[in-house]
Design a protein around this ligand. Structure first.
Ligand SMILES: [Zn+2]
Length: 285
């Protein structure tokens, strides 16, 4: 549930899409755009055109999924500026995966457009430590957000600190890092809710202020279509079966509620709600 009165628009530095901020009580949550990755719909293993037919709204005219890359800026009381995830980073153009090229590099420009300097960020919270969420943790061996406390799940730190792709990016933040081991409060207005499967320490962040509540899903969900049907798979899960159970439990928790949810890969990083009627779920923004 949100107050929903004010939704200032933020123009992405590449123009075109306009990104909406969400107010959750005293918290303002703004998408921070780093880039985009496009992938064919069949990246979801085993899916067919017939299965996608009712979900064309999630595809572009060429039948591709457009995944946003970036994170969220939470403006909290007492001047706290919290960055949730840090995009894929500036050298992402060369990165190839099984899906498609990741095009990033805009995160600091986006923050500047939101009148935020790297030195203003008080906390950086990672939902998990995949390369497309930690890209701006450090650059050239220096932390990008020098006044921030960096935060992540201890199980992800243990799993990824030796990963050759992200270890060089993570090493400079080690002496600024605080980890968590279980669900619980991280900083005022933001709680961790452990949601393992995509990675060992994958976490949903619960934003709350007064009676208002919203969720940032990390990569528990990449596209809202994953919430509509329990059989729909995920992407890039370390433990696919556990990830599916986690995702399905989330869908059951939020369906039919007023809780707004968003994830860093949702198109436009826009919040939506999972409705339920006659045994069928639907996604509304
Ligand atoms: Zn991701």
């Amino acid at each position: 549930m949100t107050d929903g009165d004010e939704r200032p628009c933020i123009r992405s530095p590449r123009g075109g899409c306009r990104l909406s901020a969400m107010n959750i009580g005293d918290l303002s949550v703004e998408p921070v755009f780093d880039g985009v990755m496009k992938a064919p719909a069949i990246s979801y293993k085993g899916t067919t055109d017939v299965q996608w037919a009712p979900h064309r709204r999630f595809l572009d005219p060429e039948g591709r999924l457009e995944f946003a890359l970036g994170g969220f800026l939470v403006r909290a009381p007492a001047g706290r500026l919290i960055l949730i995830d840090a995009g894929v980073g500036p050298r992402s153009g060369a990165i190839m995966t099984g899906l498609a090229p990741f095009q990033g590099g805009e995160l600091l420009n986006s923050l500047a457009g939101q009148q935020v300097r790297p030195t203003d960020i008080t906390d950086v919270i990672f939902t998990h430590l995949h390369f497309d969420h930690v890209g701006w943790a450090s650059q050239e061996g220096e932390v990008v957000f020098p006044n921030a406390t960096y935060r992540c799940d201890a199980r992800d730190w243990a799993y990824f600190r030796g990963n050759e792709r992200v270890a060089p990016i993570l090493a400079p933040i080690e002496d600024r890092l605080t980890t968590w081991n279980s669900s619980g409060p991280l900083c005022p207005g933001i709680d961790a809710m452990t949601a393992p499967g995509h990675t060992p320490g994958s976490t949903i962040l619960v934003l709350s202020s007064g009676t208002f509540r919203g969720l940032l899903l990390g990569d528990v969900v990449h596209c809202p279509v994953e919430l509509l049907d329990d059989e729909w798979g995920g992407l890039g899960d370390v433990d696919p079966d556990l990830a599916r159970r986690t995702r399905n439990a989330l869908a059951r928790e939020i369906e039919g509620t007023d809780t707004p949810v968003a994830a860093a890969h949702f198109p436009g990083m826009v919040f939506g709600r999972l409705l339920s009627a006659n045994g069928r779920r639907s996604w509304v923004m």
